[in-house]
Design a binder for this molecule. Sequence first.
Ligand SMILES: NCc1[nH]cc(CCC(=O)O)c1CC(=O)O
Length: 309
Amino acid sequence: MKRKIKVGSRDSALALWQTRWVVAQLEQQNPHLSFEIVTMKTKGDKMLDVALAKIGDKGLFTKELELAMLNKEIDFAVHSLKDMPTALPAGLTIGAVCKRDNSGDALISKDGRKLAELPQGARIGTSSLRRCAQLLNYRPDFRLEALRGNLNTRMKKMASQQLDAIILAAAGIYRMGWSDMIAEIIPFNVCLPAVGQGAIAVECREDDIEINQLLQGVEHKPTRVATDAERSLLRRLEGGCQVPIGAYGEVIEDRLSLQAIVATLDGQRLIRAQGEGALNQAEELGIEVADKLLSMGGKEILQQVRSGD
Ligand SMILES: NCc1[nH]cc(CCC(=O)O)c1CC(=O)O
């Protein structure tokens, strides 16, 4: 009998798009296999009105899917890598990291204005501490307003709350087919993305050899190496959604580069560091750049942010 592979996904439009994209490739590569998508709500889907930084849970968007995987109700789960904690539950692994095209943050604004063209005191919607801190560092006159919910909700809130602009991950907007709405991809010297942003990751049981093998078909080595470095940096800084940390790793030919920032919530202090290394030294590079940030004053910033003043 043909094995039916059960694939776990959150039920948001973006999550389903990503899951279908992964499944479509696997189906094409493995015409003898059949797949079934099983959707689940995670705690993060149920608590849409609370700022992520306030919920402060690890695995807010992943835990239910991980439990289902450990209980063998599903065989693998598709996530936004950005939503995955840096330490996974025992027995689970990232079976594949897929090719990332767009890791940046996108500005969606009234009249299509770019960041530099926004008026004094412009009101910008985002609940990400990382985006707030970097935007305030760039333009202290901006007024950042809380904005959560799935992509559809956030778009509606821009109009109903009369915001001048909102910021969303570019990858999500492209996947939803809304690229026409993007005024600008915010340059990395203004705003570095979240660790793993733009990359789709597939999580599975460590001991499921067949599934691990299958997932090699959607693995993209350069994206894996770049995001390994980003995740290693985040692990070293012990950051989650509660701390403004941005990072971007990139493979150019046979070299891996990593740039990162850590900032205070008000954006008044922002520290930037970077490094470069060999492709097989991703973890080490993450630690090296994290340690640079810590020694340049990042340690004090992290302490200050965590103590809540
Ligand atoms: N925080 C939620 C989340 N997780 C992944 C994405 C977008 C897709 C991606 O980064 O791969 C988003 C939306 C956003 O930040 O605008």
